[in-house]
Design a protein. Structure first.
Length: 211
């Protein structure tokens, strides 16, 4: 199956895409991970993308589409894949189709904006190993310190409350129209995000026909 996961930043796309990919034995293609790797390695693409991400804006299409094209050409994608974070606009969706990619199902995870702001502004990331924590849902044993490597926990720039709200506004303006686009194609399924991730996963699996 070739599947797309939609949802605002912090809606849980990555978590549920990974679980569905494991059940279906296909890779998850996350543009966020591809971009973060490029930023970490300070590649030319990474340097360009960083300024957009830090401001809570979408990375330009030509950068993202090039990365996705390379990834989908890999051997492990030949039997299907799950796209997490792409497409984000109708223009990107049309570019995906121009590559000859036919999507079987689009799963839209809906979570209220204020819940997302709470989730993301409470996220803390280890400055050493990158492990993720949360001030409410997944607290470290010692405040501000990673359980695994003892390094300081930091707030990513794109997790600041004001940046999160801006990202949600950007999403609503530029990405939400994808729901209508895929709904017209008859392949959209909307899942209401639940308090417990396992409950959301059950709804996601049902929408994909996974037992």
């Amino acid at each position: 199956m070739k599947i797309i996961f939609l949802g605002a930043p912090g809606a849980g796309k990555g978590t549920h895409a990974a679980r569905a990919a494991e059940a279906l034995i296909v890779p998850t293609v996350s543009t966020g991970e591809i971009l973060r790797a490029a930023i970490r390695d300070e590649t030319p693409v990474g340097v360009k993308a960083k300024s957009f991400i830090d401001a809570g804006s979408l990375v330009p299409d030509e950068i993202v589409i090039g990365l996705v094209r390379e990834r989908l050409a890999a051997e492990d994608c030949k039997n299907g894949f799950i796209l997490d974070g792409f497409p984000r606009t109708v223009a990107q969706a049309k570019a995906l189709e121009a590559l000859g990619v036919k999507i079987d199902r689009v799963v839209n995870i809906h979570v209220p904006d204020e819940v997302i702001v709470c989730r993301m502004s409470g996220r803390r990331v280890c400055s050493g190993c990158g492990k993720t924590y949360h001030t409410v849902y997944n607290r470290p044993k010692v405040d501000g310190v990673c359980d695994d490597c003892g390094k300081e926990l930091i707030v990513r720039g794109d997790d600041m409350p004001e940046t999160v709200r801006h990202r949600l506004e950007v999403y609503e303006t530029q990405t939400a129209p994808l729901k209508e686009y895929y709904e017209k194609k008859g392949i959209l399924a909307t899942v209401e995000g639940q308090e417990q991730p396992d409950d959301t996963s059950k709804l996601v699996f049902a929408s994909l026909g996974i037992k």
